[in-house]
Design a protein around this ligand. Sequence first.
Ligand code: CTP
Ligand code: K
Ligand code: MG
Length: 180
Amino acid sequence: MIGSLVATAFWAMLPAYVPNNAAVLAGGGRPIDGGREWRGARLLGDGKTWRGTAVGTLVGVCLAVALNALADPASAALGVNLPTFALPAAFALAFGAMCGDIGASFLKRRSGRERGAAFPGLDQLDFVVGALALAFVVDTDWAVAVFTPRVLAVVVVMTPVLHVVTNVGAYRLGLKDEPW
Ligand code: CTP
Ligand code: K
Ligand code: MG
C-alpha cells in the first residue's frame, strides 16, 4: 500500500523533480530579471536565467515522454498503475517547478537573502507547489486522478528528503555551489 503510493508519487513528480537539477547544469547566460532591482535588491538575481529555465522545462517534458513509453512495463513490474503524462500535464509539471523556484528567489531577495542563501522549507518545497499548482490548473482531471490526498501527503514528506539528498550529492560532485 505505502509502497505503491511512494512509487506513484515519485513517478508522477519526476517531470517536476528533474528540471531544477537540469537548470543547475544548463544555467548561465542572461538573467531573467535583466539585472533589474526592486526596493534595493535584485528582482530575482543572477541564479535565475532564461537558459536554465528553458532547458530545465524541456528536460522535464522529454523525461515525461520517456516515462510514457515505460509506464506499461514499469507498472507491470511494480504491480502499480503508474500514470502517463499528456503533453499539457508534462509541461505544467516541468515549467511549474521552474516557476516555483523562481518565485522562491523573488521572496528570498525581498527578505534580504543574497543569491545562494538558504531558505529552509521554501528551498525544499517551492518547486512542488509550483508544479502541482500549474498541473491542477492546466490538466485538472488528470491531476485530481493522480494526486489523491494520500499521494499528495507522500509527495510533501518525500520531496524534502530527496531534495536534500540530491543537492548534497550535486554539491559534493562539484556541480552546485551550495549543498541546498
Ligand atoms: N539556474 C538557472 N535558471 C533557473 C534556475 C537555476 O540558470 N531558473 C541555475 C543557475 O546557474 C543557479 C543554479 O542553477 O545558480 C542553482 O540554482 P538555485 O540554487 O535555484 O539558484 P541560486 O544560484 O542558489 O540562486 P537563488 O538564491 O536565487 O536560489
Ligand atoms: K532554489
Ligand atoms: Mg541555491
